[in-house]
Design a binder for this molecule. Structure first.
Ligand code: NCD
Ligand code: ZN
Ligand code: ZN
Length: 411
């Protein structure tokens, strides 16, 4: 048994001085002075459940110049992320059993837990039961975005919601029809209301991807008052940037849905602190520096984020903007519960997916340090306090590319 000792461990909503005993891939015991064959000294560190990121684009296949499973695994561990849900808008897309099985095999190159989304398209919607045996959740695109998987026929939407309900899987929806990508008024709330109504009619388990505005969040909270089985996520870029930043930074801050207003950004922080946001997911959407350098109109939409979201939010905890309890809820506990994983909390019997954080370590995000193959980050130049120094994935040590516990405090 391996014992993580001398750390402050996040258990039952608070930090406690406890040892954690790991055996094989599970957490076996929590307590004081636990005995084992090997002790890892985590003095001065905090231990949280590993982050579960329910929205990443791992790319690979014909887009492995943007990212592949190996580089995604490295970027994720650097950011304390131990489980990712990979989106199906790959090239070619994950819309058949064969493609999903092949993608799952390729995902073994990542040193983290990997879950795979199946795409719902006009070609496969009649046969979801078969695909359901091979995917962890389904994704439907109501709008045009990277990958051209849009389904726009309303009659089909009804069929799709009905058949997904039958599979008992979660349906995650990109609920933003096309439109001017610089238009902050856009269709987000209308499209979200539209899918909320469909989920109510067909009793579908619905998850709404990348929600950006106050109006949209309020529409979802209103719908939650009735018996709807719905959850939603927002993403770090909507917490850190607004349409104004995009005006100065152009394609580097081009993503779907586009950045919203300062009022929306402030509302999201408030809602996060109040516990009104279910999940923070990164929508890690890597495109290379060359691809992003061709001007706003031509550049692909999407920004990377998997390796900096935990440090960004932990820095907000250090600055008293957010409680550690909320951070763990939105990054770990809620995603695990929603998607049915035995993870997301430090309890005996759960998978040993853990992130050890040095709360004092300060580091500036630089392009050189980026692990994602895309080679850049929208957060370059930010100095953050509190970084992962050790990540365990089902008990196996995956060191982030900074020093392990005991190696000194600053880099
Ligand atoms: C995503 C991508 O590049 O795959 N881009 C984005 O702007 N968010 C697709 C998506 O999530 O819509
Ligand atoms: Zn999307
Ligand atoms: Zn996405």
């Amino acid at each position: 048994m391996t014992i993580l000792t001398n750390a402050e461990v996040f258990v039952d909503g608070e930090l406690r001085k406890l040892d954690i005993a790991l055996e094989e891939d599970k957490i076996r015991a929590l307590g004081r002075d636990l005995e084992g064959d090997e002790h890892i000294d985590c003095s001065g560190k905090l231990i949280l459940p590993g982050v579960i990121d329910v929205h990443v684009h791992a790319r690979d296949l014909k887009q492995s110049h943007k990212e592949d499973w190996e580089s995604l695994g490295r970027a994720a561990s650097a950011g304390g992320v131990t489980t990712v849900f990979a989106m199906p808008n790959t090239d070619p897309p994950l819309e058949t059993v064969e493609r999903v099985r092949d993608y799952r095999r390729r995902a073994q190159a990542a040193t983290i837990n990997t879950k795979i989304y199946g795409a719902i398209t006009e070609a496969n919607y009649k046969d979801l039961d078969k695909l359901a045996l091979h995917v962890d959740a389904f994704k439907l695109y109501l709008g045009e975005t990277t990958g051209h998987l849009i389904v726009s026929d309303k009659k089909l939407h009804r069929e799709i919601f009905k058949s997904v309900t039958h599979t008992e899987k979660i349906l995650t929806v990109h609920a933003q029809r096309g439109g001017d990508p610089t238009d902050v008024t856009r269709h987000e709330t209308d499209d979200i209301r539209y899918v909320l109504d469909l989920a109510a009619a067909y009793e579908t388990k619905l998850h709404i991807a990348h929600v950006t505005t106050q109006r949209a969040v309020e529409a979802i909270l209103e719908a939650k008052k009735s018996k709807l089985d719905v959850s939603f996520e927002t993403c770090p870029h909507y917490l850190y940037f607004t349409a104004k930043d995009r005006e100065s930074r152009g394609a580097w801050l081009k993503m779907n849905p586009p950045l919203a207003t300062e009022e929306d950004r402030e509302f999201l922080w408030w809602a996060l602190a109040e516990g009104l946001i279910d999940i923070v997911a990164t929508d890690h959407a890597p495109h290379t520096i060359e691809e992003k350098s061709v001007g706003y109109e031509k550049a692909p939409a999407g920004v990377p984020g998997v390796e900096f979201t935990l440090p960004l939010l932990f820095d907000a905890v250090s600055a008293d903007k957010l409680s550690l309890k909320r951070l763990v809820e939105v990054c770990c506990t809620h995603p695990a519960r929603r998607f049915g994983l035995p993870k997301g909390e430090i309890v005996v019997g759960h998978d040993a997916d853990l992130v050890v954080i040095d709360p004092e370590r300060e580091k500036t995000i630089t392009r050189e340090a980026v692990q994602s193959k895309c080679g850049w980050s929208p957060y370059e130049g930010l100095t953050l306090r509190g970084w992962p120094v050790l990540v365990l994935v089902r008990g196996i040590r995956r060191n982030p590319p900074c020093a392990a516990p005991g190696d000194g405090r600053r880099s």
